[in-house]
Design a binder for this molecule. Structure first.
Ligand SMILES: Nc1ncnc2c1ncn2[C@@H]1O[C@H](COP(=O)(O)OP(=O)(O)OP(=O)(O)O)[C@@H](O)[C@H]1O
Ligand SMILES: [Mg+2]
Length: 917
């Protein structure tokens, strides 16, 4: 008997079994199917004949395999089972919007040119064929040992042999085209010193989608195979601890107790879908009765429609109903859609209920979240479930993990990522049945401690929550998928070869037509596979529940001092050398930093210069020379402590804006956002000067105090008029609905940072019309950054990622030249770029008269184009916004009218579910 090391033989993989035959045998040999599988098939047949529940079992079997099998009886009398195609079941019609990026031209990853090779060296007009094969080194031995499975690509007279990771392992040319054309199952061929035998034909579609390389993903048999290849701690059986029937339960079996906990027929009831026969077969071995799982009406009555769908999606994922043998999910709904509430509903349901004999699915759940949100999670549990139903345990300095272990009261633990690392040993010892990772995009790097720590937990049901798009970078994407459903995309090298490299290659400008096609198909397959357990809905879905939002982009004139300093900086030798391409040690980033400081307030630049002169030891040579001579531009008596608001164009506008809000809407509050602590200090000082009460949250605020600060501010009785927020420190996850005005004092390279900040006030729970103001210094680098934010969107439709900072941006010399240009004569460079024919000189018409006017150029009125979301704007969308010069006689908006003195231009837009205000 011949031995084989080919995985298709060794691992007992159903999908591959028919492929493997020893060399030299005829086609019919491949009909010998290994006994275990055959036994099952035969059993089915027997059951059928006996008139038992064969159709049910047959369904169980075929669904269990998640594939379509056809059976045929060969002349030999043996049953031939052929796997036709994999089609994972999708039991809910929740709309999946995933992996948009895979279509977008958004990636900038290193490539290897593999895809070029994927599109086999073309011999024009020859048919390309694909075969599954087994191979071994050529030898004259009688008893050959196949070494592995492979894919053979033939084209004209040449062939390429690829291993199951997509790597080339052999090539050959000079074959007879006729022979290759007629190649068929059972035939052998020599390819580059390897003997191969054809096991079957692969369709062009299965090759281009990459399916032929997957180890039968989704087929039940392969799950253990794939899992065993990962270094994860082995999972415990998801239903083990809570579902195994004991004798007491058996006694209960006959009783009347198998009733749904809540009425499934009540109006507005939210009933979870029942598992299919395959699921029952696998997870209800004891044959317990099925009972409807119904979400507690206490919580269900408050759910939005998209949240109900989201709960069903999560339920199906963690129950293993979407992908056989997989229990992970990614809920990537945009900010503010209530991911917390959806998880709370799921946890509460599963802690109390279970479809098989009412046995609760969960005993204990673990929620890991950024430190600033630990208390918020606890609050949300109380908000939606009251304090009697459930006791959640938050780990902090005073409440250690032991308390949770020793107390029978708690079933949910909430812990910060940092604390988890510190108490990992104890956490590992607790058997959690569900793991939820909030703001889980931080797990996108599989080598960081947090990811490895969490991956070491034996809990198989894993949910990642993130409002940030996760598909920008295919390696990061892989890490997230690998975390929730380990092994589902194969090993990391297989993934790279089969998906990442062809997809990335296809996005490169030099990609050939074939490479583009291949990349698109692989992307589509990746989307299909992962789409089964990723759900993303966008902001539009709750716009109808939110109050109107009025956004203004306000271009503020720089002051004389700012202009003079700006010119001086631009003429510095450092900037000139940057523009000549000398970018070692990134001097351009120092220049950009200095210009941004200047835009916020000259005193920030002054401070930096002073610090540099006091600390000349520092090796930042470029920074010192950038500042040379600048100090002379400041008035002699200038100090950074006694800054004047009249020195900064934006600060002047801000002061007027705050006064207007105070006067016109005295009960309303303001969130004032900056990316810089030093700028927040200036803003704080300004609040003091004007007697505005304020509160502040930045990177230095102890995590334990953050929720308290937020709660106090949101309370009706809050004394604070202004919430000073550092967007980097507190951007994600916070609810600041106590304010209805939000001012972005400076701009970040990454639109996601700004969008995150804006989403703090315009979210569920907000009762007032929301006003967002973005302040930009006219003609300066701030305008350029803004343009970059929006024009990049236009070009690529790319999604954005919070972790991208200026250090990650590569600037061309042309772009740097543009960045380092000051436009003193323009009232709005961004408007100039739009090539709008109004040139900012045309009068604005107020909304009521606008309706009757013929729309001209820039006066297209409100709410034209696509409804606004929390996505970054594009240039073309901006064109649809109402806009007008600050010099206009009577601005339509009372706030704008009051601040216009220092304003050169304004863009404005209203998003409203009903009518614009
Ligand atoms: N159905 C609902 N009715 C009323 N308020 C809701 C509802 N769902 C969620 N909310 C509230 O909306 C706010 C936002 O919800 P949540 O913090 O869960 O959003 P999120 O999706 O986690 O957003 P982010 O990505 O910003 O963290 C919370 O204050 C929450 O209580
Ligand atoms: Mg959240």
């Amino acid at each position: 008997m011949r031995r084989s090391a080919a995985p298709s033989q060794v691992l007992g993989n159903v999908a591959k079994k028919p492929r493997f035959i020893p060399p030299g045998k005829s086609n019919t040999v491949c009909l010998k199917i290994e006994t275990k599988e055959m036994d099952q098939e035969m059993n089915l047949k027997e059951m059928d004949e006996k008139g038992g529940s064969a159709s049910l079992l047959s369904e169980v079997y075929s669904q269990n395999q998640n594939a379509n099998f056809t059976q045929s009886v060969e002349s030999s009398g043996k049953v031939k089972t052929t796997k036709e195609c994999f089609s994972a079941s999708k039991s809910s019609n929740v709309e999946m919007k995933t992996l948009d990026m895979l279509k977008a031209d958004a990636l900038c990853l290193p490539t290897s040119g593999t895809a070029k090779e994927e599109a086999v060296q073309k011999e024009p007009d020859c048919l390309v064929k694909y075969f599954s094969v087994v191979w071994c080194k050529a030898s004259k031995k009688k008893h050959k040992k196949w070494e592995g499975d492979a894919v053979l690509i033939t084209k004209g007279k040449s062939v390429i042999l690829k291993d199951m990771e997509g790597k080339d392992i052999g090539r050959g040319t000079g074959y007879k085209s006729k022979e290759l054309d007629s190649l068929d199952e059972g035939q052998t061929l020599m390819v580059g010193g390897k003997e191969i035998e054809v096991m079957g034909i692969i369709s062009a579609d299965d090759f281009s989608s990459g399916r032929c390389f997957q180890a039968g993903i989704g087929t039940h048999d392969t799950v253990s195979t794939v899992l065993s290849q990962t270094n994860m701690k082995p999972f415990c059986k998801p239903f083990k601890s809570v579902c195994q029937p004991n004798s007491k339960e058996n006694a209960l079996k006959d009783s009347q107790s198998y009733k749904p906990r809540h009425d499934p027929n009540a109006s507005n009831s939210l009933v979870m879908p029942r598992p299919n026969a395959s699921h029952q077969w696998t997870f209800n071995k004891a044959g317990l009765p099925m009972v409807d799982v119904v979400v507690d009406p206490y919580i269900a009555n408050n759910l939005r429609p998209h949240q109900k769908e989201g709960i069903i999606f999560l339920y199906e994922c963690v129950m293993g109903m979407r992908v056989s043998g997989r229990f992970g999910a990614i809920l990537a709904d945009e900010m503010g859609l209530g991911k917390t509430l959806q998880c709370i509903a799921l946890v509460w349901t599963l802690l109390r209920q279970g479809v098989y004999g009412c046995k609760p699915v969960l005993k204990q759940a673990l929620i890991v979240t950024p430190g600033s949100l630990v208390k918020n999670w606890k609050k949300e549990f109380q908000k939606w479930l009251g304090s009697e139903r459930i006791k959640v345990f938050t780990v902090d300095q005073d409440h250690k993990v032991e308390e949770f272990i020793n107390s029978p009261l708690y079933s949910v633990m909430i812990i910060s990522y940092e604390m988890l690392l510190r108490s990992l040993n104890q956490i590992q010892a607790i058997e959690f049945n569900l793991l939820i990772c909030d703001e889980g995009h931080r797990l996108k790097n599989s080598s960081i401690k947090t990811t490895t720590a969490l991956a070491s937990l034996s809990c198989e049901r894993r949910i990642i929550l993130t409002g940030t798009p996760i598909q920008n970078d295919l390696q990061e994407f892989y890490a997230l998928i690998e975390f929730v459903n380990p092994g589902i995309l194969g090993s990391s090298s297989t993934y790279r070869k089969i998906y990442e490299e062809p997809i990335v290659r296809s996005r490169e400008p030099s990609a050939t037509k074939d490479e583009k096609e291949l990349g698109e198909k692989r992307a589509a397959e990746l989307t299909r596979l992962t789409g089964l357990f990723i759900l993303r809905r966008t902001q539009e879905i709750i716009n109808e529940f939110l109050p109107p939002k009025k956004e203004s982009i306000i271009f503020c004139r720089p002051t004389a001092l700012q202009l003079e300093l700006y010119r001086k900086l631009l003429s510095s030798p450092v900037i000139r050398s940057c523009l000549q391409g000398r970018l070692e040690n990134s001097p351009h980033l120092i220049c950009i930093g200095a210009l941004k400081k200047l835009c916020n307030h000259p005193c920030l630049l002054f401070k930096a210069i002073k610090e540099k002169t006091c600390n000349p030891m520092s090796d930042e040579h470029d920074e010192s020379s950038l500042y040379e001579g600048l100090i002379d531009v400041f008035p002699q008596d200038y100090t950074s402590d006694t800054f004047s608001e009249t020195d900064s164009g934006k600060l002047q506008v801000l002061v007027k804006l705050l006064a207007a809000i105070r006067e016109l809407n005295s009960s309303e509050r303001v969130v004032l956002v900056s990316n810089y602590t030093q700028t927040l200090n200036i803003l704080q000082e300004t609040c003091k000067r004007y007697g505005y009460s304020y509160t502040r949250l930045d990177g230095h605020t102890p995590v334990s105090q953050r929720q308290q600060i937020v709660d106090t501010f949101n309370s009706k009785f809050s004394p604070a008029f202004i919430f000073l927020l550092s967007s980097k420190a507190g951007g994600v996850g916070l609810n600041l609905v106590g304010a209805s005005h939000l001012i972005l004092y400076d701009i970040d390279w990454n639109p996601a940072t700004d969008i995150q900040a804006m989403a703090r006030v315009w979210r569920d729970g907000q009762k007032h019309t929301v006003y967002i103001y973005r302040l930009l210094t006219t003609g300066s680098i701030e305008e350029k950054i803004y343009q970059r934010q929006i024009s990049k969107q236009d070009l690529s439709g790319a999604v954005v990622d919070l972790s991208k900072t200026s250090e990650h941006i590569h600037f061309s010399i042309e772009e740097l030249r543009n960045l380092f240009t000051l436009h003193e004569d323009s009232s709005c460079v961004t408007h100039d770029l739009l090539e709008c024919d109004c040139m900012g000189k045309k009068d604005h018409q107020n909304p009521s008269s606008e309706k009757h006017s013929i729309p001209r150029g820039c006066q297209l009125g409100q709410n034209h184009g696509k409804p606004n979301s929390k996505k970054p704007l594009s240039m073309s969308q901006l064109m649809q916004w109402k806009h007008f010069s600050g010099q206009h006689q009577a601005l339509p908006d009372s706030f704008m009218e009051r601040i216009k003195e220092n304003v050169s231009f304004i863009f404005q837009n209203v998003t409203s579910p009903t009518s614009p205000t």
